[in-house]
Design a protein around this ligand. Structure first.
Ligand SMILES: Cc1cc2nc3c(=O)[nH]c(=O)nc-3n(C[C@H](O)[C@H](O)[C@H](O)COP(=O)(O)OP(=O)(O)OC[C@H]3O[C@@H](n4cnc5c(N)ncnc54)[C@H](O)[C@@H]3O)c2cc1C
Length: 239
């Protein structure tokens, strides 16, 4: 898959076909997008909400689904008083039609073959889930190493998919037991862990909050990863 194709820029309709809420933390929306262009794993959509008085608010959301999935899957963290995330969590229902635009992004994309390490904090795992699903379908899982961090297991979306993929899960407020029974004591990601996992990678993707991407950027540097192969996507208030 080319890393620069699949860019769409006009607004269209995303009809909510499935919705799943995970407590107060996350909401998963699966949308049927009209006039859809296939995305490249790593790309995102913009969702625009419109009030009856014409006021609009728009936010970016990464795609979690495989490009071959007939629906576009978004996983949205529910932020207290967040304008768009609260609406999607509390109000959106199956059958609703959302205004969407996408897929967007030419830089933070993975075409399926370049050996890469992906490091995510919290909702930052979403674009990597699309990469994992694509890698699995293409049989290129060995090209992708995933590290995901969150405070606790329940705060980490797609934790079962990550565990099944063999991702390193770094929880900061509770210990984590991996599939082999090995226990990782609660702690932030260590540069030593990244050094061990980034041997031979040609690219590093980092996604999460501003504080997280800055911390991981430094840790990757300490782990010997060159800054020119690091691609960063920051989820934050300006999204
Ligand atoms: C390329 C891109 C992809 C993104 N993909 C995803 C995704 O897959 N899933 C997802 O949940 N989010 C994602 N985001 C973040 C998303 O665009 C919004 O910023 C987020 O949903 C908050 O919007 P809101 O309208 O609910 O909150 P707002 O009304 O904008 O803000 C409410 C409060 O939350 C704070 N805030 C805003 N955004 C964040 C944040 N991300 N983390 C912590 N505090 C915040 C604000 O400072 C404010 O205090 C992405 C952002 C970008 C730029």
């Amino acid at each position: 898959m080319s890393e620069v194709e699949a860019v769409a820029s006009s607004w269209t309709t995303g009809t909510v076909r499935e919705i799943e809420r995970f407590g107060d933390s996350y909401v998963k929306l699966r949308l049927e997008v009209a006039n859809r262009h296939d995305h490249v794993p790593g790309q995102h959509y913009v969702v625009r909400l419109r009030a009856p008085d014409g006021y609009t608010a728009q936010r970016s959301y990464s795609v979690a689904s495989d490009p071959a999935d007939p629906l576009i899957e978004l996983m949205v963290e529910c932020l207290p008083r967040g304008e768009v995330s609260s609406f999607l969590h509390e109000v959106a229902e199956v059958g609703d039609e959302l205004e969407v635009r996408g897929p967007i992004g030419r830089w933070f994309v993975w075409g399926g073959t370049v050996p890469s390490i992906c490091v995510a904090g919290g909702s930052g795992v979403v674009p990597f889930v699309s990469m994992m699903r694509y890698a699995r379908r293409m049989g290129t899982e060995s090209a992708l190493t995933v590290v995901a961090s969150a405070q606790t297991r329940v705060r980490l979306p797609y934790v079962e998919d990550l565990e099944e993929f063999g991702a390193l899960i770094a929880l900061t407020r509770e210990n984590h037991v991996d599939g082999t029974g090995a226990e990782r004591v609660a702690a932030h990601i260590y540069p030593d862990e990244l050094a061990g996992l980034s041997n031979g990678v040609e690219r590093a993707y980092v996604c999460g909050s501003a504080g997280f991407v800055s911390f991981v950027g430094r840790s990757l540097g300490e782990a010997g990863v060159r800054s020119d192969v690091v691609r960063v996507e920051q989820f934050g208030p300006t999204g």
